[in-house]
Design a protein around this ligand. Structure first.
Ligand code: ZN
Length: 497
């Protein structure tokens, strides 16, 4: 008989230092697709886990039961209302669209809700209460997951991305679904092992764009997989901007339940996570230093890209801190562009003034002025847009994004993209969709920490990453007030190895 496999996604990377709660509207703004028709329209042919799961159904001859796929831009805790409604949609689909033979879940792995420090295990507990212990559940995670023991107990299979920038979403889902297929066929009886050390951050935060600890530990994981006959081995770099007890990197191993080597393997990976904790492969510099470097490099081979690490909306940053943009304006840079500053009030002001109008605006700096006051600017509205476009770069290729109403505002030699929604810039479309051709610019200022490299590195004459001003995604962890994370915890505490 045809197996029926339920597919659902409920993702969030929660920055508990953000004072902005993640409400249901934040999901509606990014992704809240309910049921077969909406999910197929949004994900078919995309590089996403949901597309990977759907394709796996076709490959294995399963009937997919498409419940819901929900994602919101990283920000503060997910509200109780949003958590209850979205998890309720999944539970409802299990109940109304059953019977089902297995569940495939796309989770981020770093969700904190108002009610649950570990959103993933809370969701899995609710699902297990409905379906029992024996129904196979396969879970995918972002590699910036903070994984608990309970999540690993409740899932039969857990597989994380192996790339940062993340470009292997579809592949990760395929691996997970293939292991569930073997489970349904009675070939394996998988179990998940997890291990963590006393560390907040590690494996170079998971970067796979240059040789370093993440690529080395993944090689090691592959070696252990062969040696101990594991089904899968994942390494999570963790998400350090979450003040929860279990925060930090983890090693994850999936193996047949009787496999004695799994424990050995997961501990080898844990030791490697600890051994390499201090290695970082990027330089974090001041905005002034980045601009000086851009001027030195020139634009012969494409634009010089300056990334605002400390206010990365992809990690929960407010996307409106002004340090980098102010430094670019003060330095009178020419042929430059910036994308995107979160500033809905000024988008509305630009709309009201109309294209071509010269107006004065106080740019950004509204969410948390202590991270940089608004910039008093005088400039011209050069474009107005509805903010919707499709991603064309290697990350989440084909997925639709909507920044809400957008205005392009020219200040001196800089075209600034003002957006009504927060979003990390990891695709050239964050400029092109708004009439700005990156190849014709000398300097691009962007709100991103690492993901931008997937699409920007191939065209950039150079890259600088700026970490200053104390944003809530800064690498300076000691400046953040951790109250709930377990202690001692490196690098907040000195730990003798
Ligand atoms: Zn991530």
């Amino acid at each position: 008989m045809t197996k029926r496999v339920l597919i659902a996604g409920f993702k969030h990377e929660t920055n508990t230092f953000s004072k902005l709660p993640t409400e249901l509207d934040a999901y509606r703004a990014r992704a809240l697709y309910v049921g077969e028709e909406e999910m197929r329209a949004a994900y078919t042919g995309t590089n996403t886990e949901i597309a990977g799961f759907m394709d796996a159904c076709e490959k294995h001859g399963w009937e997919p039961v498409l419940a819901v796929a929900a994602d919101a831009t990283p920000s503060g805790k997910v509200t109780k209302e949003a958590f209850d409604i979205i998890s309720g949609m999944i539970l409802d689909a299990i109940e109304r669209q059953g019977p089902i033979d297995a569940i495939l879940l796309q989770l981020h792995g770093a969700m904190v809700s108002e009610e649950h420090d570990d959103g993933e295990s809370a969701l899995l507990s609710l699902i297990r209460a409905k379906v029992g212990r024996s129904l196979p559940i396969g879970v995918t995670h972002d590699l910036h997951a903070n994984v608990t023991d309970l999540t690993c107990d409740l899932a039969d299979v857990l597989v994380s991305y192996r790339t940062y920038p993340h470009i292997d979403m579809h592949e990760t889902a395929t691996k997970c679904a293939d292991l569930i297929a073997r489970t349904l066929a009675g070939e394996i009886s998988p179990k998940v092992w997890v291990a963590r050390g006393p560390q907040l951050d590690g494996v170079d935060h998971g970067r796979t764009t240059s040789p370093g600890p993440m690529l080395e530990i993944l090689d090691m994981a592959d070696g252990l997989t062969g040696k101990h006959d594991l089904l899968s081995a994942s390494v999570n770099a963790g998400f350090p901007w979450a003040d929860v007890d279990y925060v930090g990197p983890t090693a994850i191993v999936v193996a047949d339940s009787g496999n004695n080597g799994a424990e050995v393997a997961v501990n080898v990976l844990r030791e490697e996570l600890w051994r390499t904790r201090e290695t970082i492969t990027i330089d974090l510099v001041s905005a002034q230093a980045a601009i000086a470097q851009a001027r030195e490099t020139g634009m012969a081979d494409g634009p010089f890209v300056i990334a605002d690490f400390a206010d990365n909306p992809g990690g929960g940053g407010y996307a409106d801190s002004t340090g980098l943009l102010r430094a670019m304006i003060d330095a009178d840079v020419e042929k430059a562009a910036f994308s995107a500053l979160y500033d809905p009030a000024n988008v509305a002001a630009c709309q009201q003034a109309g294209e071509g109008a010269e107006i004065e605006l106080n740019l950004g700096g509204k969410c948390e002025p202590s991270l940089g006051e608004p910039i008093a600017a005088s400039g011209t509205v050069t474009g107005l847009y509805d903010g919707g476009f499709k991603l064309e770069g290697p990350m989440s290729t084909g997925l639709s994004i909507n920044l809400g109403p957008v205005a392009v505002y020219r200040v001196g030699g800089i075209d600034v993209v003002l957006a009504s929604r927060r979003a990390q810039n990891y695709d050239l479309q964050y400029f092109r969709a708004f009439g700005i051709e990156p190849m014709e610019r000398a300097i691009l200022g962007i709100k991103s920490a690492q993901h931008f490299r997937a699409d920007y590195a191939p065209i950039a004459s150079g890259i600088s990453v700026v970490d200053e001003g104390g944003g809530i995604t800064s690498h300076n962890f000691k400046a953040l007030d951790y109250k709930h994370a377990r202690r001692p915890l490196w690098p907040l505490d000195d730990i003798k190895s």
